[in-house]
Design a protein around this ligand. Sequence first.
Ligand code: AHG
Ligand code: MN
Ligand code: MN
Length: 332
Amino acid sequence: MIVTVQQHILQDQKRFPGASGEFSWLLSGITLATKMVQARVRRAGLSDILGDAGDINVQGEVQQKLDVYANEALMHCLSARTSIGVLASEENEKPVIMGHRSKEANYAVVFDPLDGSSNIDVNVSVGTTFSIMRRPEGVGCDEPEKWLLQPGSKQIAAGYVCYGSSTILVYSVGNGVHGFTLDPSVGAYLLSHPNIRMPQQGKYYSVNEAYRDGFPPGYNEFIDRLRLGALGQRYASRYIGSMVADFHRTLLKGGVFLYPPTAEHPKGKLRMLYEANPIAYLVEQAGGVATDGRRRVLDLQPTAIHQRTPLIMGSTVEMAEFQRCVPHENSL
Ligand code: AHG
Ligand code: MN
Ligand code: MN
């Protein structure tokens, strides 16, 4: 049976008697924007050839960089959704308060419009990540930080789109993780990966090993133990440098992904609100584990919108070994 993402969301919302449909309308803003982004991504290498007339806008500006385009596509599509009160993006320094200030504006959406954007020039997969939170009780539209600075455990939905050999949308609303592949001939995301469960153990570790001299104690021991067979097999490595694509492989095939603290980024490089939190939410929904090297990612209290965090996530077997090598505050 063919199930579109829209059908799937509407079906899922039946869990909540009285659901108004506004949440599925909100998510349709994300699916529309990501279809626009994927259309642009697919033509990325052609912009020099086809880029003249069609790609110069009325102000005479030349074609925008793809991450700016992706940001504007998401901002535009989501701004028509009156259920959203606050938007925040990697590409905007400050959160955007939606103009309508309507009473039903109950959600905040944060996103990384184009993740791995340096990979665009060399034809490698990129992605979009998003996270949705509810407006905290009694908080008005003039305090957008309070909507956004909630621990990841408060997310009510999260997901990503990976623009790879095909375009796939993976999301969760707290009821398992589901994947939808875009059928370009009809322009619809169709359910292709229902109820994704992460394997308990995989074959790969995924980390930028060039930075290993700057990792904190225990990290290199962990990687060496995987390499040398301490978990019953010798691991191989895979590292794309697009978090979404590295995560998508880890979700489907198991294994572990690490972006540890490094000499250049002592607090890690990835952003808590729109990179680590949605990924950690999906990992846990799929039966895996995500930490910052000390604590569960979803328990971290953010203090700034663009705050960074280390992120180590993966299958239960590798993550148990990681916690033996790098002791955590609580065992997870
Ligand atoms: P973005 O393109 O949104 O700035 O994110 C890039 C990130 C992430 O996708 C990836 O995991 C990481 O940068 C790779 O960083 P290194 O090149 O330091 O390994
Ligand atoms: Mn990113
Ligand atoms: Mn980005």
